[in-house]
Design a protein around this ligand. Structure first.
Ligand code: SAM
Length: 229
């Protein structure tokens, strides 16, 4: 894979992925207003969802402690939004493809994280068309909750990860409660709240090395195959 560059030409505007149907939640991210306000929500979201102090620096520290991203590694930040995980990875010396289906989100990410190690890519990651085994690691910060077909997204991310590579997942787990049922209705968001056992079944041949549950939020690290190479 060529060295990532932060440039317009790398935006993937191919009609295939762009023509996949989107959930209401995905479409809401296409608004520049949502993109501009996203980090205000994101910086408080885990504190609200877990019921304990969970600032972004705690999430970043947890990710770094478990995944130990190394300089020179190639990472995909899947559904980067405003670039939170991309920034953490770039500051660790990694080369990052920060991918999202929302151009306003990518613009906000590039504004917030103007790091030369990050390449911003417009694509639907349920069908990215990127080559097999392109990445040493993939971060998925809540994108599983929003994507239209989480099983398809996981299969695609598994394909894009090299053997021995790692997958970091943060997502809101299934509770079966009325609020989650309402948010799952297509017109009200079309969100998905996966069960960790369901996620594990979608990743055959992967090993879950770490799994932490804080309130309704799961943090999981998977390695493709037996362990880290
Ligand atoms: C909940 S936000 C994730 C935020 C970010 N990962 C973080 O940790 O701050 C979900 C993001 O994923 C994007 N997204 C949802 N489904 C996607 C897909 N299939 N392909 C690419 N991006 C997707 C949305 O546009 C949105 O910006």
């Amino acid at each position: 894979m060529p060295a990532p560059r932060q440039s317009q030409e790398t935006l993937n505007l191919a009609p295939g992925p762009a023509s996949l149907p989107l959930t209401t939640a995905q479409r809401s991210n296409l608004s520049p207003l949502t993109a501009r306000g996203y980090m205000a929500w994101r910086s408080r979201s885990l504190t609200l969802l877990t019921g304990q102090a969970f600032p972004l620096r705690r999430e970043a520290a947890l990710f770094r402690a478990l995944c130990r991203p190394r300089p020179g590694e190639r990472w995909l930040d899947a559904g980067t939004s405003a670039g939170f995980y991309s920034g953490v990875l770039a500051r660790a010396g990694c080369r990052v493809i920060a991918a999202d289906l929302s151009a306003p989100m990518l613009a906000e990410g590039a504004r917030r994280e103007p790091h030369p190690g990050i390449d911003w890519l417009l694509t639907n990651l349920e069908a990215s068309g990127l080559p097999d085994a392109s990445f040493d690691g993939v971060t998925v910060g809540a994108t599983l909750n929003e994507t239209r077909e989480p099983a398809r997204l996981l299969a695609e991310l598994a394909r894009l990860t090299r053997p021995g590579g790692q997958l970091w997942l943060m997502y809101v787990c299934r509770t079966g409660g009325p609020l989650q049922r309402a948010l799952g209705v297509p017109a009200l968001g079309g969100l998905t709240f996966p069960d960790p056992a369901w996620v594990a079944r979608r990743l055959p041949g992967w090993t879950r090395t770490d799994g932490l549950r804080v309130g309704v939020v799961a943090f999981e690290r998977y390695v493709k195959g037996e362990g880290r190479s």
